[in-house]
Design a binder for this molecule. Structure first.
Ligand SMILES: O=C([O-])CC(=O)C(=O)O
Ligand SMILES: [Mg+2]
Length: 564
């Protein structure tokens, strides 16, 4: 492994039970004889010295003893809160099996049941009531040198709506992937939950609910609070990346626009999802010997995520040679009232440039006020269908069959998370297209057998993008995260597609390749940041060295004691 394995000892003043209770430092039974002596651990641990491999075997045996995904999740979180090195070593060895447990889909259940399954503290819960003491709150964080913050207000968690304080689950899950797949040391990551109340009645009436028991604060209070938070972060950790996660539509885009030129931040649901989707679309088009600019693309779900992807698709079409007008004419946004057209009332500002002209649809035959998804399939005959609606079942048999009639090998991405919110299951899509389809989902799905053929289901999830982008930003000390940097991440992902490169295999690399892929994404993204004058100036060898130096591997270091 080219990553740096730190051979130098780590000096710490922690000792005795305090050392065992510090998850970043705890080694449990792996503390050596000398360390047990030096750190006053005698008698606090069973006498046998174990290696991390032995600890992993026990932990895996225990993991296997749990029958349900949520209990496996709870168990892994307990290990994480007890011994982070062991947690990541266990994860590294069983990555494909455990990612769906610590991340989507199980993390959705963990968010919904957050207060019920709560075990111990992690990250920062910053409530609206703390707004005048944010510097103190940030100083209380157990991590001193924070490089990545994933912050949510829990208002739109995956496709599950307002989960209030339960949103903390998604911040924790994303950061676990930053470490497992992007090599960011857990010592540098901080999950944050901004608790401004919840409008979820079920939570407000739940005696177990641990968040503020009030309705969400009003818009002016909210904006002021978020602003105080961003400023406090800027004072405490000026270089930290702030990843906005699972904010509801009315806040997601405005917050991104307000802060993206001031602080090193991005919105994972808008920009991360757009980057992974465009990358996966490029791979799909390449494996079909076509170009994105030759396709008509239909989106179901015209929220900030759908519109964010649509704008990136348009940029890509323009980069391939279309005029902007041509590109926009090839993109169709459908929401619950039907196709967005220039006569649709009440459009949000980010939807306005994504409408179809009434002149185009005047030639269509449709019966309701605005063309339905099925009408769009029949009349526009798109080659690509993308679901970001958060609504299960919207890709009906009629819709998929109509699409198949109008094109060869449709590209269908039901992306809503977690699995139960998916617009159609891979099995349905494969059945309704007689197996002639390129498919990717947002949450993981098992391979599908159809007519003796096995279809691997690519997981088009932003986890292909953010760990590598984060690593690149940290390694190059980039000040901001530009669209060009994210576009480079998409291109790098597309270039790694086994199916596009070899004609067979998965549309996207396996999750087990993610650490290696993240390093390549980091390198390419950092190069773009440098070209744009946003980062340190490094030559290729220096940059690679920085990436390797920043790539943490889960191994115990030797400890030496310093007096407190
Ligand atoms: O967390 C995921 O799996 C993808 C994502 O950002 C979302 O659905 O909000
Ligand atoms: Mg999200």
């Amino acid at each position: 492994m080219s990553s740096l394995v730190k051979k130098t000892p780590l000096y710490t003043a922690y000792a005795g039970s305090a050392l065992l209770e510090t998850p970043l430092l705890n080694k449990g039974s792996a503390f050596t004889a000398e360390e047990r002596l030096a750190f006053n651990l005698a008698g606090l641990l069973p006498p046998r010295y174990e290696t991390i491999e032995e600890q992993v075997s026990r932990a895996y045996m225990q993991y296997k003893s749990f029958d349900t995904a949520i209990n496996k999740h709870i168990y892994l979180r307990v290990i994480q809160d007890n011994n982070e090195t062991l947690f990541y070593r266990l994860l590294q060895q069983h990555l494909e099996e455990m990612i769906p447990i610590i991340y989507t889909p199980t993390v959705g259940d963990a968010c919904e049941q957050f207060s019920d399954i709560y075990r111990s503290a992690r990250g920062l819960f910053i409530s609206y009531q703390d707004r005048h003491q944010l510097d103190d709150v940030l100083r209380n964080a157990t991590k001193r040198k924070v490089k990545v913050i994933v912050v949510t207000d829990g208002e739109r968690v995956l496709g599950l709506g307002d989960q209030g304080i339960g949103g903390m689950g998604i911040s924790i899950g994303k950061l676990s992937l930053y470490t497992a797949c992007g090599g960011i040391s857990p010592a540098y990551t901080l999950p944050v939950m901004l608790d401004v109340g919840t409008n979820n009645e079920k939570l407000l009436n739940d005696p177990m609910y641990m968040g503020l028991r009030q309705k969400r604060v009003n818009q002016a209070e909210y904006d002021e609070f978020v602003d105080l938070f961003i400023k406090a972060v800027k004072r405490r950790w000026p270089e930290a990346i702030i990843q906005f996660e699972d904010f509801a539509q009315p806040n997601a885009m405005p917050l991104l626009q307000r802060y993206r030129d001031q602080v090193c931040c991005f919105n994972d649901d808008i920009q991360g999802t757009a980057a992974v989707t465009v990358g996966t679309l490029l791979a799909a088009c390449r494996s079909k010997n076509t170009r994105l600019s030759e396709q008509k693309v239909v989106f179901v779900g015209a929220g900030s995520a759908g519109c964010g992807i649509a704008e990136q698709v348009i940029s890509q079409m323009v980069a391939e040679g279309l005029s902007e007008t041509q590109a926009r004419a090839q993109v169709y946004m459908v929401d619950r009232f039907g196709l967005l057209t220039d006569t649709t009332p009440g459009l949000r500002d980010f939807q306005q440039a994504l409408t179809q002209s009434s002149a185009t649809i005047a030639q269509w035959s449709y019966s309701s006020e605005f063309p339905s998804l099925l009408d769009v399939m029949n009349c526009a005959q798109p080659g690509i269908l993308i679901g970001v609606s958060g609504q299960a079942g919207l890709f009906t048999e009629a819709v998929v069959r109509a699409m198949k009639k109008g094109c060869t090998t449709p590209v269908i991405f039901p992306l809503s998370n977690p699995s139960r919110q998916v617009e159609a299951t891979p099995e349905q899509v494969i059945n309704w297209t007689d197996g002639d389809v390129i498919i990717a989902t947002g949450s993981p799905f098992a391979p599908v057998e159809f007519n003796g053929k096995r279809y691997a289901i690519a997981q088009c999830n932003n986890s292909y993008i953010f760990p590598g982008v984060g690593l690149g930003v940290i390694a190059s000390k980039a000040r901001l995260i530009s669209d060009e940097m994210l576009r480079e991440a998409s291109k790098t992902l597309a270039a790694a597609s086994p199916k596009a490169n070899n004609g067979s295999g998965g549309l996207l690399p396996a999750f087990t390749e993610l650490a290696a892929l993240s390093k390549v994404i980091a390198f390419n993204v950092a190069k773009v940041a440098m070209q744009q004058g946003l980062a340190l100036e490094l030559d290729d060898a220096q940059l690679q060295q920085k990436i390797d130096d920043n790539f943490w591997v889960p191994q115990y270091r030797q400890y030496k004691r310093v007096s407190a």
